[in-house]
Each structure stands twice: as structure tokens, then as C-alpha cells.
Write a protein that binds this ligand. Structure first.
Ligand SMILES: NC(=O)C1=CN([C@@H]2O[C@H](COP(=O)(O)OP(=O)(O)OC[C@H]3O[C@@H](n4cnc5c(N)ncnc54)[C@H](O)[C@@H]3O)[C@@H](O)[C@H]2O)C=CC1
Ligand SMILES: O=C(O)[C@@H]1CCC=N1
Length: 273
């Protein structure tokens, strides 16, 4: 049985909660039987129960049976959940991990108790396939607990430990970033259709080209402009297209979108009050 640090309860098994559960099992970090998934309507977890996960609508029971408690509800759903589990949280037994945007460790400790160790984690949905970019921060967890969380998330992607005040920026760049890059890929495939390819082939071509571009940076440890310089032949077609994209605000729109997402990420919990 694979559960070196005890059972993991994922409270709020939606998009990111399930992505995390699948990733941990796929990475052979934890077996499904020692992951407790909760959701208010447990009938939505029938498929996961068939896959071997423990499923329930009872958050306090899940917490009692776990040593690692992962909070994965929406910011506006958090206070109700914390109120529900506070009586069964034991600071000497539980490590609390929160993936919730815009909620600080201090906010959580204010509801669960100041002696509870809380680690804030910002993964993205690529965690389900072991390809997350995950940022981690804490203001009170021990070095050992932060290291434990780091090693857990390293099994499902890359990890950086950052200052907590950068967590909303990390949300915009890495968690929202999945959607930004996917939209860029979709736009490229739509361009491909206009210049002659069927949609399915255009998408396949755009996806592999995007993957190749990312892998060039990862494997060469190079800067994007170094790789761009190798593509842009003098008087060529790449620079013509690239400059037209820039005239239309390509870089600017990405930068502005990321800045807006970061502001919004910081306001999510406050706005829900
Ligand atoms: N979706 C993403 O890519 C990422 C999301 N996050 C954060 O993760 C959190 C969850 O986001 P999503 O998974 O996208 O939302 P979601 O809406 O898909 O999932 C939330 C789940 O929590 C369940 N839930 C609500 N109240 C509950 C309760 N009291 N007990 C048990 N379950 C309850 C809902 O039924 C739902 O299935 C948010 O705070 C978000 O900021 C963080 C990183 C990436
Ligand atoms: O859109 C959101 O609010 C969440 C947080 C990061 C990704 N999805």
C-alpha cells in the first residue's frame, strides 16, 4: 500500500482536486485507496469510486482519517468548509495544504487555529499528467513539512518555493497560464485552417509545434529570442508574420492579461466576503 505519509484527504474534488489525485496515483506516490475525495454531491464521484478512491460527502470524517488535508474548494466556498472541519483538525497530526487562490496561510490559520501548519500550493491542471508548474509557500510550516510538500509535488511536475506574497502572481503565470497557452494554440490552429488544413490536422500541427518550442527552451536552457533568431530568416516569412502579430499587440495582450489575472487572483477571497 503506497501512503508513506498516511492518507491524503482532498476536500473539494473538482477540476484541480481530481487532477491532483490522478497525478499522485499516476506518479505512484500514493495509491487511490489511500486518497479520500470529498464533494458535496458524492454521486459526482461514482467514477472515482470505481477507480479505487475513497469518496464521501463527509469532510470531518475524511479529515479524521487523514494526515494530509488538501483544501481545493473555490475561495467563496472556503469559510463554510473551514467551519465544518475546524473541530476535527489536530495541529499535532494534520498538515494542511491549500491550493485556493487568493487565500493566505494566515487566513486559514485564523479559522483553524494558529498552531496548525499550513502550506500554500499553486499547481496547474497539467498535474494530472505529471507536468505541473507548482509554486509553494508557507509562513509557519516547518522546513521538514515544506520539504515533504515539495517532494510530493515534484512527483507531478516542477516545483519552486517562493515567498507567500508572490503566490497570486504565481497563480496568474502558472495556473491561469495553462488557459493562456491553450488559447494561443487554438488561435494558431484556426490560422492553419485559413491557410488550407483541415481542423484536426491543423490542431495536431499547432500542438506539436508548441510542444517543440517549449522543449527547445527546456532542453537548450535558452532564451526565447535566441530560438526565435534561428527561425527568422532575413527578409523571410517568419519575421513578417511575427512583426504583424506584434503590431496587433501579441506580447502586450499576454502581459496585460497576466497582470489583470494576478490582480483578480488577489481579490477572489476578499470579494467573496
Ligand atoms: N482549476 C485550476 O486550474 C486551478 C484551481 N485552483 C484553485 O483550486 C480551487 C478549486 O478550483 P477548481 O477545481 O477549478 O473548482 P471546481 O469548482 O472545479 O472544484 C471545487 C469543488 O469543490 C466542491 N465543493 C464545494 N464545497 C464543498 C464542500 N463544502 N465540501 C466538499 N466539496 C465541496 C465542488 O462541488 C467542486 O467539485 C479554487 O480555489 C481555485 O482557485 C488552483 C490552481 C489551479
Ligand atoms: O480561474 C481561477 O480562478 C482558478 C485559479 C487558477 C486557475 N483557475
Amino acid at each position: 500500500m503506497k501512503n508513506i505519509h498516511g492518507n491524503i484527504a482532498i476536500l473539494g474534488s473538482g477540476n484541480i482536486g481530481l487532477s491532483l489525485a490522478y497525478g499522485l496515483v499516476k506518479a505512484d506516490y500514493q495509491d487511490a485507496a489511500s486518497i479520500l475525495l470529498t464533494r458535496r454531491n458524492v454521486s459526482h464521484l461514482t467514477e472515482q469510486a470505481q477507480m479505487g478512491y475513497q469518496v464521501s460527502a463527509n469532510n470531518p470524517e475524511a479529515v479524521k482519517n487523514a494526515s494530509i488535508v488538501i483544501l481545493a474548494v473555490l475561495p467563496q466556498q472556503l469559510d463554510g468548509l473551514l467551519h465544518e472541519i475546524q473541530p476535527v483538525i489536530d495541529a499535532s497530526k494534520h498538515l494542511v495544504i491549500s491550493v485556493i487562490s487568493g487565500v493566505s496561510c494566515k487566513d486559514i490559520k485564523a479559522k483553524l487555529g494558529h498552531d496548525v501548519q499550513v502550506v500554500r500550493v499553486m499547481p496547474n491542471t497539467a498535474i494530472s499528467i505529471g507536468q505541473s508548474m507548482t509554486c509553494i509557500a508557507s509562513d509557519n510550516a516547518s522546513t521538514e513539512q515544506v520539504a515533504l510538500v515539495q517532494s510530493m509535488f515534484e512527483t507531478v511536475g516542477s516545483v519552486v518555493v517562493i515567498n507567500e506574497d508572490l503566490m497570486t502572481s504565481a497563480t496568474a503565470l502558472c495556473a491561469c497560464g495553462i488557459a493562456f497557452f491553450l488559447r494561443a494554440i487554438r488561435a494558431a490552429s484556426q490560422g492553419g485552417v485559413e491557410i488550407g488544413f483541415h481542423a484536426d490536422i491543423a490542431l495536431k500541427m499547432a500542438v506539436q509545434t508548441a510542444k517543440g518550442a517549449a522543449d527547445l527552451l527546456l532542453q537548450h536552457h535558452s532564451h526565447p529570442e535566441q530560438e526565435i533568431d534561428k527561425v527568422t530568416s532575413p527578409k523571410g516569412c517568419t519575421i513578417a508574420g511575427l512583426n504583424e502579430m506584434e503590431h496587433q499587440g501579441f506580447s502586450s495582450s499576454l502581459i496585460k492579461g497576466i497582470k489583470l489575472s494576478a490582480v483578480k487572483a488577489g481579490e477572489l477571497y476578499i470579494e467573496s466576503k
